[in-house]
Design a binder for this molecule. Structure first.
Ligand code: 5AD
Ligand code: SF4
Length: 457
């Protein structure tokens, strides 16, 4: 009888990638994916620690899982419950204490040992398994070759962890030290994804442009290292891969090689998520960001000189401890000056164990008012950016069926969702689309029939 595995994924794209690998790891043990925890034989919560009250949300989800597990036990069956990801890494002991029915707790660095952990949990009645170590041997060496999942746009993790230690952030503690996969391993995985039909790859890493992987032995700089720019050039040569993206980057790690890749590699899409967090040098220094607002301005102008149509996205934190009204105005000024196609913004919220959590906190209403003001400005910029697309023709990579019959959804080069009438057979095609309108944060358009329209790349 086939067993069922249910995975609930929280948070970032790295977790989505990790969850997909976990499904592949347990498949040989006879687990087929299920889209509900009800009746599942293995339930995995792949957690994220970035958001506020992350641990509490996991505990509340576990409450429901506990009932399902008990119900299964009453039928004389077994359910293995696992908590994975960054909350597991940070709160492993607490989970074992407060939710003793959880069988496995493991961090992002050890999920390659999942089959072994499941075997141990099946044998150990009740003791459970806790594995939140940072193993010396990188997990990527132990993962089965990722199957080509047949996705049109596929994520590919190339780097993990972070050594930056921004004072608000848990990542250096939960994901551990920076690690880059060897370029040859990344290229091999990219080739398999392309063979499986991927036309777009998004290279993932907590600090992806700090990438410094071992160079392939027989290529340029063999025996040395490649930066992200070198890797992008190599991936662009893989047949079928027409679009490349990467996320998330740090302004400090935009080196000349990466700027040159934006100039020379047409497959590298003209859209960049480059978090700045604040426009105030005082706050940036307090955050230990290791760059100033002017450094960010200079980096963006280097990139825009290399790729004039580059559109920007960013992350912002408002209400960081000690942020004055003047500091906040500096953030608004930077936003006006740069112009963002879209952005994410957050109120600062303390993460236990990080330096900023020990500082005196700003009043909640101050944070809320600043966030509202910043979001209004960012929303206005996003609206203007989307409105400017109306009347143009853009190459759209169609990814999946839309909400209505006969409609598909794809992405523009700038990552805008685009809805257009098209046959399902066009999934995986890049077609010129005449943009006719904006709906929310998406665009609507019609596939361009080529009559009297400008040609799309
Ligand atoms: N409070 C608010 N926002 C945070 N982020 C990370 N940690 C915190 C925190 N403690 C935001 C940053 C980061 C994004 C992924 O989440 O803007 O770039
Ligand atoms: Fe966190 Fe990014 Fe700073 Fe690293 S660079 S500590 S991941 S915010």
């Amino acid at each position: 009888m086939t067993k069922r595995v249910f995975i609930k994924t929280y948070g970032c794209q790295m977790n989505v990638y990790d969850s997909a690998r976990m499904v592949e790891l347990v498949a040989p043990l006879g687990y087929a994916p299920s889209d509900s925890p009800r009746g599942a034989d293995l339930v995995i919560l792949n957690t994220c620690h970035i958001r506020e009250k992350a641990a509490e949300k996991v505990f509340s989800e576990l409450g429901g899982i506990r009932h399902l597990k008990r119900a299964k036990e009453r039928r004389g069956e077994r359910m293995i419950v696992a908590v994975a990801g960054c909350v597991a890494q940070a709160e492993g002991e607490e989970i074992r204490r407060r939710a003793s029915f959880v069988d496995l707790v493991f961090g992002p660095q050890t999920y390659h040992r999942l089959p072994e952990m499941i075997a141990r949990a099946t044998r150990a009645a009740g003791d459970g398994v806790l594995d939140t170590s940072f193993p010396a041997e990188p997990k990527f060496d132990h993962l089965p070759a990722a199957r080509a999942a047949g996705e049109v746009s596929a994520p590919l993790t190339i780097q993990e962890g972070c050594d930056k230690f921004c004072t608000f952030c848990v990542v250096p503690y939960t994901r551990g030290a920076e690690f880059s996969r060897p370029a040859a391993q990344v290229i091999a995985e990219a080739e398999r994804l392309a063979e499986g039909g991927a036309r777009e790859l998004t290279l993932l890493g907590q600090n992806v442009n700090a990438y410094h992987g071992a160079a392939p032995a027989n290529g340029p700089n063999g025996g040395g290292e490649w930066g992200l720019g070198d890797l992008l050039r190599a991936l662009a040569r893989i047949p079928g891969l027409d679009r490349l993206r990467y996320t998330t980057s740090h302004p400090r790690d935009v080196d000349d090689g990466l700027v040159a890749a934006h100039r020379d590699v047409p497959e590298l899409m003209p859209f960049l998520h480059l978090p700045v967090q604040s426009g105030s040098d005082r706050v940036l220094a307090a955050m230990n960001r290791r760059h100033t607002a002017d450094d960010y301005r200079r980096t963006i102008s280097r990139l825009r000189r290399a790729r004039p149509d580059l559109a920007l996205s960013s992350d912002f934190i408002v209400g960081y401890p000690g942020e004055s009204d003047l500091d906040f105005r500096a953030t608004l000024d930077l936003v006006v000056e740069m112009g963002f196609a879209q952005a994410y913004s957050f109120k600062y919220s303390p993460r236990p164990g990080t330096p900023a959590a020990a500082e005196k906190q700003l009043a909640e209403p101050v944070k809320a008012a600043r966030l509202a003001e910043l979001q209004a400005l960012l929303q206005q910029q996003q609206g203007a950016f989307n409105a400017a697309a109306v009347g143009t023709v853009m190459p759209v990579l169609f990814e999946k069926p839309g909400r209505h019959e006969g409609q598909l959804v794809g992405r523009s080069p700038y990552l805008q969702p685009v809805h257009a009438d098209a046959a399902a057979a066009h999934i995986g095609d890049i077609l010129p689309v005449h943009i006719v309108g904006v709906r929310g944060n998406s665009l609507t358009g019609a596939i361009d029939d080529g009559r009297g329209r400008e040609a799309a790349r």
